[in-house]
Design a protein around this ligand. Structure first.
Ligand SMILES: NC(=O)c1ccc[n+]([C@@H]2O[C@H](COP(=O)([O-])OP(=O)(O)OC[C@H]3O[C@@H](n4cnc5c(N)ncnc54)[C@H](OP(=O)(O)O)[C@@H]3O)[C@@H](O)[C@H]2O)c1
Length: 295
């Protein structure tokens, strides 16, 4: 009989989820992955996140918005890790449907299955942006998890390199529209560095774990670095917050889901996001890797 601990990774096809799958495997766990499209796992992701198809012990195809498709998902598992979330606008689904209700479907089963730990990935600075729909949904779930009676950890990362990858894509096109002056600071974290902290969170007391990366930049500096990596002269146009928020209000009339997700992107630029530093990977190298893929 195997003594390997078993973990369910929900969100396994995402940026963070793939690094977490790899980290659990490297530490000797049996990994069950919940995914919608297994083939996605066969290729390296858009921000260099690894192809993990061959590492996974058991793939379960399911969509958390469909209860039947995830029935039994926690059976036999010791640990549940979820970085499952809605990170792009969807025509019908909201953050509440996916981040809250979807994760709750997993939690209910984790409770019946008496798993020994549930690790959930929420966000940093949640208390500064309480009205933003995606934050509300993450926090509603985090609150349920804490009251579930299970042993828990809530990860609070501030920003992933994949998020900074958006600046790289814009810099590649030659121009970035920035909301505000970009003077607020962030120390973003690489998925592989964050994955180590997530897997370390299996042990120890129930706790919140704020996580950032090793280097601190202003948002403007990250954009300039993205231009540098593309070999382009920085061309950044600053838009005032009132204009972006006006645009958001108009978008909201036609597309509520799109405006809800954009509201986070705008609000986040109003604060510093300086979280305790972990890891060894640098944003400059990440941009250089993206640039090498392009050329
Ligand atoms: N990006 C950041 O800077 C940042 C910072 C702090 C916190 N976070 C949070 O961290 C979490 C993970 O972020 P990420 O960048 O790794 O996101 P991601 O790459 O978009 O991954 C999200 C994962 O959730 C899965 N998923 C979404 N809806 C699903 C559904 N209905 N049923 C089953 N699976 C579903 C996706 O599957 P598919 O591949 O099939 O779409 C994917 O595996 C999110 O909750 C995000 O809000 C992100």
């Amino acid at each position: 009989m195997s003594l390997k601990k078993k973990v369910l990774v929900a969100g396994a096809s995402g940026y963070l989820g793939r690094y977490v799958v790899r980290e659990f495997k490297e530490r000797g766990y049996f990994v069950r992955a919940l995914v919608r499209e297994p083939d996605k796992l066969k290729a390296v992701g858009p921000n260099g996140e690894p192809a993990v198809y061959d590492m996974i012990d058991e793939i379960v195809i399911g969509d958390v918005t469909n209860h039947e498709s995830v029935a039994g998902i926690c059976n036999g598992m010791d640990i549940v890790f979820s970085s499952l979330g809605l990170t792009a606008p969807h025509p019908k689904l909201t953050s509440y449907d996916v981040d809250y209700l979807g994760n709750k479907r997993i939690l209910d089963q984790a409770i019946s299955e008496h798993v020994s730990r549930f690790i959930y990935v929420s966000l940093f600075n949640q208390d500064k942006m309480p009205g933003i729909p995606s934050i509300k949904a993450h926090e509603l779930f985090a609150a349920e998890l804490k009251q579930s009676g299970l042993s828990w950890a809530v990860m609070r990362p501030n920003g992933y390199f994949s998020d900074m990858g958006r600046f790289f894509s814009m810099a590649k096109s030659g121009h970035i529209f920035m909301i505000g002056e970009g003077e607020k600071k962030i120390n973003p974290v690489h998925g592989a560095d964050l994955a180590k902290v997530c897997v370390d969170a299996v042990e120890g007391e129930c706790r919140e774990i704020p996580v950032g990366g090793p280097d601190l930049f202003t948002f403007r500096e990250t954009m300039e670095m993205a231009f540098d990596a593309c070999g382009k002269k920085p061309w950044i146009t600053s838009l005032p917050f009132w204009l972006a928020e006006g645009g958001l209000a108009v978008t909201g009339i036609f597309n509520r889901n799109l405006s809800d997700l954009f509201s986070f992107a705008i609000e986040a630029l109003k604060f510093d996001h300086v979280a305790p530093a972990y890891g060894t990977r640098h944003l400059k190298e990440f941009f250089a890797e993206l640039a090498a893929k392009v050329h």
